[in-house]
Design a protein around this ligand. Structure first.
Ligand code: ADE
Length: 510
């Protein structure tokens, strides 16, 4: 049961009974909500670790529908039934204020009376010592609790949408360190962003070491909203800590120009890097890059963050060929992205990279990020080719709807194209999770022979002319036998020397 505790013109406070979950501790709750009138258009969601939430930024006197689901180590529960609550109008805010004044006044009078009675009681019975000891114990407990972090959710970190802060400048200082500009040395301009120049330079660390950094600047003459949108990216990036996510060093907000300082990635963005080095890498190197991106995306999806603009242009590459996911900022990234086009529903979306349900009704999720990941795989294996080449956005949408999918790039291992096709399943729940993608790529890397079967080889098999190729999404003979419920024959295959799928595919009747 979800209860409305109070509502103002723009906010609603909800609370609910914590469900009894036998399958592990509750990590957090996801609260999905939308205007009752516009159910099909869009929805928002937020998270809370406690069984209560205050949702802000709502329209006055408007009915909203809320669903809540719970996340445990085992994954998400289903959504609760719908709960409908309405925000207040002007009169309700005034009434709430008057109500609050009344409550405060009553509490003050009651509290004072209680204090007088208790003081007299303690003086008479001499129980002050007992009270002081008990108070100290509870304070110690509270301190221990704070030092250990949130005891109910050990080791779990979830993403907090900076827009849920009433004052977004509070969010940036919660998640990003303020850097003294005297520690930054700007060296040269390396690009232009929507808000201003991007420069390379050096940052003096507190240990006086200098590290290379990229510096995004906010050009002068901005309005409050632009400053907020610019810093939103830092509030998001500052919450992440993963080797495949671009690292935020800090921000400069207390002097001009306002800056975001991040780790420097020597090889720039992945799409242009691959175009510049067409054909230069081994398949294992390419798979290593894809593995890094998938690992970064697994981290983001575990934190409940949906990227919405995953594409090779938004991946940065360092001097060790490590790939890191960058370009955070929700709606803003799409404003900034030259690939994003307006859809009929008014949203700006990078059509070629986006899952059909996200284009059609803005259903963005980690599953739509998995679709985009499949496109990134294709970009990587084709060394930065443009997905769907020169087809128009409209033709891309129609072709996908009719079941068309990008063919394997030249020289692409069959198993990788199969994984791409898996990411491009129409039904979003059938797509692989990022954890599946990481473990699949790990298996490929550990068994490089599985990368030898190319799509070209499968397509020219003489005994299957015209057939749609159905190459397996399995790395080992054992996985494949399990999948066709023939696991009991593993030993027979091994004994007969069929240790790899490549060998199985060449098996003859003899
Ligand atoms: N361009 C944008 N961000 C960058 C970064 N972190 N390193 C190098 N080039 C970049």
């Amino acid at each position: 049961m979800v209860r409305k505790d109070w509502a103002s013109q723009n906010s609603i406070a909800l609370s609910w009974q914590e469900p009894d979950f036998p399958h592990g501790a509750i990590l957090d709750y996801e609260i999905k909500y939308y205007e009752k009138e516009h159910e099909q258009l869009s929805y928002s969601s937020t998270r809370s670790k406690a069984p209560s939430v205050i949702i802000t930024g709502l329209k006055p006197a408007t009915k909203y529908i809320f669903h809540i689901r719970v996340r445990t180590a085992a994954g998400y529960s289903g959504y609760s039934q719908k709960f409908e609550f309405e925000t207040g109008d002007e009169t309700s805010d005034m009434a709430a204020e008057q109500g609050q004044i009344l409550v405060i006044a009553t509490a003050a009078v009651g509290g004072f009376t209680l204090l007088v009675i208790l003081t007299l009681f303690f003086l008479i019975t001499g129980r002050c010592q007992w009270y002081i000891k008990a108070k100290m114990k509870s304070e110690e407990k509270r301190r221990a609790h704070l030092q250990n972090g949130d005891l109910r959710f050990p080791g779990v970190k979830t993403y907090i949408d900076p827009d849920t802060y009433e004052d977004p400048s509070l969010a940036v200082h919660e998640f990003a360190k303020e850097i003294d500009p005297s520690r930054i040395r700007i060296e040269r301009v390396i690009g232009a962003g929507e808000f201003g120049e991007v420069c390379s330079g050096r940052l003096k660390t507190p240990g006086k070491r200098e590290i290379p950094v990229a510096i995004k600047t906010l050009k002068g003459g901005y309005v409050d909203r632009q400053r907020r949108d610019f810093l939103r990216e830092a509030s998001i990036m500052g919450q992440f800590d993963h080797p495949n996510i671009i690292r935020l060093e800090g921000v400069v907000t207390k002097s001009r120009p306002v800056m975001i300082v991040v780790e420097y990635m020597e090889n720039g963005s992945l799409d242009s890097f691959l175009r510049k080095h067409d054909g230069h890498f081994t398949v294992i190197q390419l798979v290593g890059m894809l593995r890094g991106i998938a690992s970064g995306m697994k981290y983001l999806s575990d934190m409940g963050y949906v990227h919405r603009d995953l594409a090779a242009r938004n991946i940065l590459v360092n001097s060790n060929l490590m790939c890191k996911v960058s370009d955070f900022g929700l709606s803003r990234v799409l404003e900034d992205d030259p690939e994003a086009a307006y859809t009929t529903s008014g949203g700006k979306i990078p059509i070629r990279w986006t899952a059909p349900e996200a284009i059609a009704y803005r259903k963005f999720s980690s599953a739509s990020d998995a679709w985009s990941y499949g496109i990134v795989m294709w970009e990587v294996m084709s060394y930065g080719e443009r997905p769907y080449w020169e087809m128009s956005n409209q033709d891309v949408i129609l072709s996908i709807e009719e079941g068309y999918r990008l063919p394997a790039p030249m020289g692409c291992p069959a198993s990788l194209h199969q994984l791409m096709l898996h990411c491009w399943q129409k039904e979003r729940n059938h797509r692989p999770k990022f954890s599946d993608i990481v473990s699949f790529l790990d298996k490929l890397i550990r068994n490089p022979s599985t990368l030898h079967t190319l799509v070209e080889d499968v397509l020219v098999m003489p005994d299957s002319p015209g057939e749609v190729p159905e190459y397996p999404l399995f790395v080992s003979v054992s996985d494949w036998l399990d999948s066709i419920k023939m696991g009991q024959y593993k030993n027979n295959f091994m004994a007969a020397g069929f240790t790899t799928l490549d060998m199985v595919s060449r098996m003859s009747i003899e």
